[in-house]
Design a protein around this ligand. Structure first.
Ligand code: NAP
Length: 276
């Protein structure tokens, strides 16, 4: 049997790396590490292999459709892709009056359009496989159907459509907006709405799609913020601390496991109560 695989984008470091390690260990998944930095990817693969799971690194700019198609092809050659975690994301902050169009477009392309590219490429393969199984199992009529008649469709069989899962990483700021982030908040709110549409379109193929909205999480993305600003943010968090990549990873593990089989189209806030 082919090995069970999860694609995790932006898993060279930060939240993505935390997610990759958690689901590899706890859900017995092998990981396709997707990122743009060779060194961080190599290190991530090493850490996953040290857990006794297999991993490959696939360098891919997720905002490039050709890169994504190649990456998804390699992932399906690596094993049986069951889970996709769309985590790669960037910020290019500036007040709206100063923000340049190129930074608006870059953030939308990496944080939002990339998820559309990846979900489209992965779901096309999942649906094609399921349809082929259904067709192979369809009852063959004793006499050929009359010209123009619709061939009989195979009944839904869970084995044709094994559960597949998409988890998209949005942000708590999608809910409330944020100064200096017109590009980022728009991209992250778009992720939530797009995930709901994917959930509705794909549910008949047994594909669940959900979002997570992290709050303020300690990673290289937030490490570059001034200490004073970090303390100001922490003062707003009811649970009175920054989140850690593991906090997000535990929620991803839930949405990637059978414990969440009946959950689709939701967005789960993992934010220590921030902006509740
Ligand atoms: P991070 O430390 O900056 O990690 C993001 C990873 O994505 C990096 O490894 C980065 O590669 C990779 N990446 C960037 N652009 C890419 C592209 N075009 N194609 C492929 N990979 C790309 O960020 P993080 O804090 O872990 O954030 C992860 C996700 O959580 C993001 O979607 C972010 O918006 C979201 N989030 C974070 C927070 C937070 O407080 N940290 C809060 C809410 C939501 P490089 O290292 O080479 O740049």
């Amino acid at each position: 049997m082919a090995k069970k695989v999860a694609i995790v984008t932006g898993s060279g470091r930060g939240i993505g790396l935390g997610i990759a390690l958690k689901i590899a260990k706890d859900l017995d998944l092998n990981i396709v590490v997707v990122d743009i930095d060779d060194a961080t990817m190599a290190d991530a693969v090493k850490q996953i292999k040290a857990l006794g799971k297999d991993a490959i690194a696939v360098k891919c700019d997720v905002s490039n459709g050709t890169d994504v198609e190649n990456m998804v092809k390699k992932a399906f050659e690596f094993g049986d892709v069951d889970v996709v975690v769309n985590n790669a994301g960037i910020t290019r902050d500036a007040m709206m009056l100063k923000m340049e169009e190129k930074d608006f477009d870059l953030v939308i392309n990496i944080n939002l359009k990339a998820i559309w590219f990846i979900c489209k490429a992965v779901c096309a393969r999942w649906v094609a496989t399921a349809k082929a199984k259904a067709e192979a199992a369809a009852p063959k009529p004793a006499t050929p159907p009359a010209p123009g008649a619709k061939p009989e469709e195979a009944k839904f069989e869970p084995s044709f459509y094994p559960k597949k899962r998409i988890i998209n990483i949005s942000s708590i700021v999608a809910k409330v907006g944020n100064v200096g982030q017109t590009n980022y908040t728009a991209s992250k709110a778009g992720v939530i709405a797009m995930t709901k549409s994917i959930a509705k379109e794909m549910s008949r193929y047994n594909i669940n799609a959900n979002c997570i909205q992290p709050g303020f999480i300690k990673t290289p993305m937030t490490d570059k913020m001034p200490e004073k600003q970090i303390q100001r943010f922490i003062a707003e968090i009811p649970l009175a601390r920054m989140g850690l990549p593991e906090d997000i990873a535990r929620a991803v593990k839930f949405l990637a496991s059978e414990d969440s089989d009946y959950i689709t189209g939701i967005s789960l806030e993992v934010a220590g109560g921030l902006n509740m």
